[in-house]
Design a protein around this ligand. Structure first.
Ligand code: UD1
Length: 340
């Protein structure tokens, strides 16, 4: 019998790609999403790719009663992968209480319900933002966390702590936090991808929107960083690779292979790319020049971050497969598809 997995935020950018990989692997998926930053159309894309329409429950995880009713309605759940959260760094500075409530209340309510289930396997969507500017590169899981730059970043740190503390005393909870580096790209079918609302804050959606002509010019935030070409370095990972890491982490918990009740893994490619390298790779795969200009640094940006992925490679048996160019091409194909 196929195993039932709940994916909160399953219609979002990363969540939808995870749903596809889970269904491809034979899991039965139930999506919870409040559509605050996603659309029902995404269900169609998932169904077209996999031939299976996942169950969809539309509600807000801040409604404790709904969360509890959901777990009464759906039995035999083998795992929960939790994506539902607000993620705009700038907005989180303006609306801290919204971020703390949305990102932490939903997590607490889910964990409270999980504790009542016969099996409580939980995957948390964390971020390399917890490391801030690490003292050593590449960044291992042993690197200390730094004071968060924003309420958004803080919710990831506090979220991890809530799960760690709960797993420590819980007889049931087994959890893995995946610390993502920079997820980019789209499914190769161009049926699902990133759908930023308003002006994109992240580099790659801004690049593809500039490429297609929605934005006039990309601003490169600073070229005076102590890096090879002066622009910041990040570890850009294809969202499909990232999605597969979730399946590997889930299997580890379901098969009870975890060595501790709470584990963390870096999920990246292990390779750092500068902003200019990303721009030039985009120009190559899209066959067109990108209009960009160097401007001042963006407040809160760190100089460089890329993952040491040894732990995920060895323990999860997972490794990224796609290159930066593969990821940029998929992002570009997706941009062209949604604008056509
Ligand atoms: C950002 C967030 C981080 C969050 C992550 C989620 C900030 C300061 N950090 O990370 O907390 O976890 O998104 O995906 O917002 N860049 C430009 N021009 C642009 C946009 C970006 O030059 O228009 C540069 C940035 O300076 C950075 C790189 O591109 O060097 C990547 O930026 P971005 O995609 O926003 O990711 P992060 O800053 O790594």
């Amino acid at each position: 019998m196929s195993k039932k997995i709940v994916v909160s935020g399953g219609l979002g950018f990363i969540g939808s790609h995870v749903v596809v990989e889970l269904q491809n692997e034979g899991y039965e998926v139930i999506i919870i999403d409040n559509l605050s930053n996603s659309s029902k159309e995404v269900l169609k894309g998932i169904t077209e790719i996999t031939g299976i329409e996942p169950v969809f429950e539309e509600f807000d995880l801040r409604d404790k009663i709904y969360v509890s009713d959901f777990f009464k309605k759906h039995s035999a759940i083998e795992g929960v992968i939790h994506f539902a959260a607000s993620k705009a760094v700038g907005e989180s500075v303006q609306l801290p209480l919204l971020y703390y409530e949305n990102n932490l209340a939903s997590l607490i309510y889910l964990l409270q319900e999980l504790e009542q289930l016969p099996t409580a396997n939980f995957i948390f969507s964390s971020s390399c933002t917890v490391y801030g500017q690490a003292d050593e590169l590449p960044i291992t899981e042993a690197a200390p966390t730094k004071t968060a730059e924003s309420p958004y970043g803080n919710t990831k740190q506090i979220g991890e702590e809530i799960i760690r503390d709960t797993a420590k005393v819980s007889k049931k909870l087994n959890a893995i936090a995946l610390r993502y580096f920079n997820p980019i790209g789209a499914h190769e079918s161009s049926k699902i991808g990133e759908l930023p609302i308003g002006t994109p804050q992240n580099l790659v959606p801004f690049i593809t929107q500039t490429g297609i002509g929605i934005r006039e010019q990309l601003s490169v935030f600073g070229d005076d960083y102590p890096t090879q070409d002066g622009t910041c370095i990040r570890d850009y990972i294809h969202v499909v690779d990232l999605a597969k890491a979730h399946v590997a982490a889930l299997k580890r918990l379901i098969e009870k292979n975890n060595s501790e009740s709470y584990e963390v893994f870096n999920i990246g490619t292990g390779k750092g790319s500068s902003v200019l390298e990303v721009i030039h790779a985009f120009e190559e795969v899209s066959g067109q020049k990108l209009n960009y200009k160097i401007v001042d640094r963006r407040e809160g940006d760190i100089t460089a971050a890329y993952a040491d992925t040894t732990k995920a490679n060895q323990v999860l048996g997972w490794k990224s497969q796609y290159t930066l160019k593969d990821a940029l091409l998929s992002a570009w194909n997706w941009e062209k598809k949604i604008r056509s």
